[in-house]
Design a protein around this ligand. Sequence first.
Ligand code: 0X9
Ligand code: ZN
Length: 412
Amino acid sequence: MKVLVFLALFGLAFASVKHYNGFQVFRALPKEEAHWKAIQDLENGGNFDFWKISGKHADIMASPTRIEVLRNFLEERSIPYERIVPDVEDMITKAAQEPKVSQGPRSTRYALTWDNYYGFDTIKEFCFELAASYPQMVTTTVEGQSHEGRDMILVKISNGGAAKPAVFVDGGIHAREWISPASVTYFMRELVENYAAHPELVNNVDWYFMPVINPDGYQFSHDSDRLWRKNRRPNEDGCRGTDMNRNFGFHWNEGGSSGYGCYDTYHGGAPFSEVESQVVRDVILANADQIQAYLTVHSYGQYWLTPWGWTSDYPEDYPELFALASDAVDALTAVEGTRYTIETSTNALYMATGGSDDWAKGGAGVKYSYTLELRDTGFYGFQLPARLIMPTAVETWEAIKVVGNFIGGMKK
Ligand code: 0X9
Ligand code: ZN
């Protein structure tokens, strides 16, 4: 009997991991307006997971039964395409099995390193350890609970005194974009544990970090479905999850999001319907007088995006946003030549409303609001190997420093 129960539980646990055997990813390269229109229709149809759409191409994942449907669709319309991932499961397995190279910093006080990707609890431990070891500089608080009861962690890095101009950084809004929390935690570590290398960054700026703002989705992508994107709340349509980056309350549900809860870009039942986006909103609003820059860290594509995502119009202060982005990207590229595109998100990618960046600027009045899409450009995509965490975090940190120094130099 015990054996049977064990086998049943084992079977359940095994069955609960989503596998992607035979799934393939195709890169479509539309050449004309009609091609783009067809790609848009295909996405709205909801039968394919669009890993990425940019102004140049669309990376589309097809399940084994849909591969031929996708190829026919593209061929009938003469849309050029190439296969970029021959087997998604293979790619996920290879990324997990890759030997870990020891190259980043490590500590005896916490388990987190930057040589591997870690689950939510390891990141949480790091956040609290940082505060315990550097109480004069770091305050870690729990700002609420996610739907499944995980802590929504806020780490404030400040050397006290009067409130300074502040930078707010979040990560992990999209579960599968693992390089995001990995990089954001690296920035936190650099500010604190390497304070002496750049004291002005903490002396002149207050920093707010929320490294994993979708903790349930993030953990689910570690345990059960590597390609999960949304949060995990059961929704009105019998599926789970809202795309948190379609749920913010500025021009919410005005295009580029889905009203159907089984789709990856489901915008939720109302603006800020999700407890996780509510918490982020409330933290930003509570500190809105201070916060001059909002950085939300995603992957992939190597874009430094400015608002707006709800219109193709440029914000009136775009030249200023572009100038700072350009200095930041120059510093990033100087490290080892990684190239980024700077654009508004509608013009670089697609229109998508309800994004946190648009809300931070339009709703909370944070002038310098950016979405960063970190490495790579699609060779590994979301499965960026762990050996590339350090190179990615290190180069991006150069850009973050530029933003910090700029904000720190602002008139008070
Ligand atoms: O679509 C998104 O949410 C972001 N790209 S991702 O591949 N990481 O999902 C881009 C968001 C850009 N900002 C807005 N559209 N507001
Ligand atoms: Zn994302």
